[in-house]
Design a protein around this ligand. Structure first.
Ligand SMILES: C[S@@+](CC[C@H](N)C(=O)[O-])C[C@H]1O[C@@H](n2cnc3c(N)ncnc32)[C@H](O)[C@@H]1O
Length: 134
């Protein structure tokens, strides 16, 4: 049996569609599937990655922003995070959350990880978290 390798555009579209479907219940799903442990994983990750004055982090696959906000909470108040995600509904969710917290330190960006890796911009740290991975 032959498998067709999707083009990069097709791949990104499928991922975006899949995460758009789960976005409205993504946080609740994480709690259930991790048996309530995902918040602790992120807290530990943020504590280890804690960043210093004026540093910038790139959070690839920002989702609803749990790790990004955790990193901001654990870091110097001048730290900023650029959160990149392919899913428009995830980006909407993280924008609403940043607005609700009146927190301008998180800049959500609808883009693919590959696009974010091109160009001249630099970051002091980057993350790509997936609850369930270690
Ligand atoms: C596991 S979830 C988000 C995890 C999130 N950082 C957290 O703290 O819960 C993975 C996210 O990565 C995004 N994603 C997957 N592949 C991507 C890619 N190639 N570029 C950008 N975002 C991607 C998905 O849309 C999804 O929102």
């Amino acid at each position: 049996m032959k498998y067709a390798v999707p083009s990069p555009e097709d791949h990104d579209r499928r991922i975006a569609e899949m995460f758009d479907r789960v976005a409205p219940r993504y946080d609740a799903l994480n709690r259930v599937l991790s048996l309530g442990r995902d918040a602790g994983w992120r807290r530990r990750t943020a504590a280890v990655a804690r960043m210093g004055p004026r540093e910038i982090a790139l959070d690839v696959g920002v989702g609803t922003g749990d790790l990004a906000f955790g990193l901001l909470d654990a870091s110097d108040p001048s730290v900023r995070v650029v959160g990149v995600d392919l899913s428009p509904l995830m980006i909407d969710a993280v924008r609403r959350r940043a607005a609700a917290h009146l927190d301008p330190r998180l800049a959500p960006l609808l883009a693919s990880a590959v696009a974010s890796a091109n160009g001249n911009a630099t970051a002091d740290a980057s993350s790509a978290a997936k609850p369930g991975s270690k």
